[in-house]
Design a protein around this ligand. Structure first.
Ligand code: ADP
Ligand code: MG
Length: 592
């Protein structure tokens, strides 16, 4: 069965006309949107010379039948709407049925496409709207469109293109607008054989990080505050940056129903929420997603425009502003460190600027703060140990085995990786590296919370140069870094000097360890002291633990096991990875 049909003229005329393809970036947008409309999970973009000579999009989406493949290049051929009514219920990205027709009019297009249920695919080549060939081919499921020599027959347009650098930037901007709303789809972007972006499937936060995580871009997801507001009219969620992480050049994005939009009025709402919290020309980065009934927005917009009209902009303005303000208010108590404070461990301290409660002046019949979901839906659970409650408990199993038995029984090492201990109930297998991580983790955490750690002075102090955001992060962690044994002093606005490191990791180099800590704290979005202490302890533990492949003496193995038994969570690491496992008598018996 074929899906594509021609739109009646009456409908076609209701659709905003316009030139769809103005530059390589608009071509890329249409192609990638088609891939997403076709349900692709993986989209590869291959570009040459900023799209001038080649723009190729490969997807693993639905593909097209032979008939549809040909029809797809007809104007107003679309599988996405049938009647004018449908225009108001749009959820897919493309709907006008004119993109491919426009593209093939101004370029040399070669497409191969195949549906899962077909054994063979279709190859179509069209140059400037002329069909060059159409034949059966063998190709993977999905669609592969190659657009070569864009505007080869429109010299004026070609001349109108900017430098490769500018056009490439336009391509990437268009690409960001799309990938930020499809975090579950994996994307790659290759330009002149160089992989510029490799974006695995993940959460929204991970996607933002993958796109902008370059420290120089100053967008750090650990600096984000979640916003989440659900009202009858609109659901708003996303991330706004903490005021102290504002930058001169910020990344500011609005999306509505899965589409990027520019909205200067709503931008003002966000800025109003920040008022009094920003200094000078610093701007907040934000990524804000609106979900609203399609009837409440005007989707019948010019294809190349990104402005979107909301039916009730004032109410949405108020809800948005209140939502951002509420989120910032919640975090105004985030710990900050006073450099001149005598006791570096004495925090959290309340921030100097308390934020007033959000005030909403909208229809009093609904509550804009009827939020849904937790503040950090994608955050690692806090009491991870509880997650494993109810799992078979080694110690309490019938005829129970105590790990403590391993203190006296003979021990062997297997494969440079496991410690083996024969016990009454079976063969106990212990992952040597993980066991040591667990032991050290407990130890470092104890030092952070109670005793502090010893310092090994360095013969040659090292200098750690950091970006603005990393400096902010180090400042936050400074008290705990010193407590655990780092002797570290700020040297200049963008560097620290390291004079000593925790004695237990004396054999490691300080800088990579510190960088690892920053990365973890940042990746985990650890913004409470409890959370970042866990990340510091875990980082040190993993760096210092005995590696796989290391031969251990029986004493060393016994030492690890004895100490493992004493840790509260000896079964699993915070990540959930198993440390100990029992091969029961029964299981062994079954093998013979
Ligand atoms: P629209 O997306 O507005 O419907 P297009 O000209 O972009 O119009 O595409 C025309 C039709 O071709 C689409 O409706 C769709 O059925 C089909 N099509 C285009 N690209 C793909 C693709 N990558 N995978 C599957 N079908 C596609
Ligand atoms: Mg389309």
């Amino acid at each position: 069965m074929d899906f594509i049909h021609l739109l009646p003229d009456s409908v076609a005329n209701q659709i905003a006309a316009g030139e769809v393809i103005q530059r390589p970036a608009s071509c890329l947008k249409e192609l990638v949107e088609n891939s997403l409309d076709a349900g692709a999970q993986r989209v590869q973009v291959i570009v040459r010379d900023a799209g001038r000579t080649l723009l190729q999009v490969i997807d693993d989406g639905s593909g097209m039948s032979e008939t549809d493949a040909r029809l797809a290049f007809e104007r107003h051929a679309t599988s996405k709407i049938k009647e004018a009514q449908d225009l108001f219920k749009l959820r897919t990205m493309g709907f006008r049925g004119e993109a491919l027709a426009s593209i093939c009019a101004v370029a040399q297009v070669e497409m191969t496409t195949r549906r899962a249920q077909d054994e063979t695919g279709t190859l179509i080549e069209i140059h400037g709207s002329d069909l060059i060939r159409q034949e059966v081919c063998s190709c993977p499921v999905g669609t592969n469109i190659k657009v070569s020599n864009l505007f080869f027959n429109v010299p004026v347009r070609r001349k109108f293109l900017k430098t490769d650098q500018t056009e490439l930037r336009n391509l990437l901007t268009e690409f960001y607008h799309i990938v930020l709303v499809y975090p579950k789809v994996s994307f790659t972007f290759v330009h002149n054989d160089e992989i510029l972006l490799e974006l695995p499937a993940g959460t929204e936060k991970q996607r933002i990080e993958a796109v902008f995580g370059n420290p120089k871009r100053n967008v750090y997801t650990s600096a984000f505050v979640d916003i989440n507001t659900d009202t009858e009219m609109v659901r708003i969620h996303g991330f706004v940056i903490k005021p102290e992480n504002a930058t001169k050049k910020a990344e500011q994005y609005f999306f509505v129903n899965g589409r990027y939009m520019r909205h200067p009025y709503f931008q003002k709402a966000v800025m109003t929420a920040y008022s009094g919290m920003l200094t000078g020309e610093y701007q907040p980065s934000f990524f804000i997603y609106f979900d609203i009934s399609p009837e409440a927005i005007d989707v019948n917009i010019h294809p190349t425009k990104t402005e979107i009209k909301f039916a009730d902009e004032q109410t949405v303005f108020q809800i948005l502003m209140a939502s951002v303000r509420e989120a910032l208010g919640k975090f105004s108590l985030a710990p900050t460190i006073d450099f001149d404070h005598p006791d570096p461990l004495d925090f959290p301290q309340p921030a100097s600027k308390p934020v007033s409660q959000p005030q909403v002046t909208v229809d009093p019949t609904y509550n804009p703060f009827r939020t849904r979901g937790a503040i950090y839906p994608d955050r690692a659970p806090r009491n991870w140990e509880n997650l494993y409650e109810g799992l078979p408990d080694l110690q309490n199993e019938p005829g129970g085995l105590s790990l403590a038995e391993a203190e006296t029984c003979p021990l062997w090492q297997y494969g440079g990786k496991y410690i083996l201990a024969p016990t009454a109930d079976g063969l106990l297998l212990v992952n040597q590296h993980r066991a040591h991580v667990a032991v050290l983790y407990a130890q470092f955490l104890g030092q952070l919370k109670h005793t502090g750690g010893a310092t090994q002075q360095l013969l040659f102090p090292e200098v750690l140069t950091l970006t603005r955001d990393e400096m902010v992060l180090v400042n936050t962690l400074l008290g705990d870094l010193r407590a655990i044994g780092f002797d570290i002093e700020q040297l200049s606005p963008d560097s620290y000097s390291i004079q000593g490191i925790p004695a237990q990791i004396a054999s490691l180099s300080a800088i990579p360890v510190l960088q690892d800590i920053l990365l973890r704290v940042h990746d985990r979005g650890a913004d409470t002291q409890t959370e970042w202490r866990e990340q510091i302890a875990l980082s040190l533990a993993e760096n210092a633990a005995i590696p796989y492949g290391k031969t251990l003496t029986e004493e060393e193995m016994r030492d690890i096991l004895t100490r493992l038994v004493q840790t509260a969570n000896y079964r699993r690491l915070p990540s959930g990875k198993t440390i100990v496992s029992l091969l029961s008598d029964e299981e062994i018996g079954r093998r013979f």
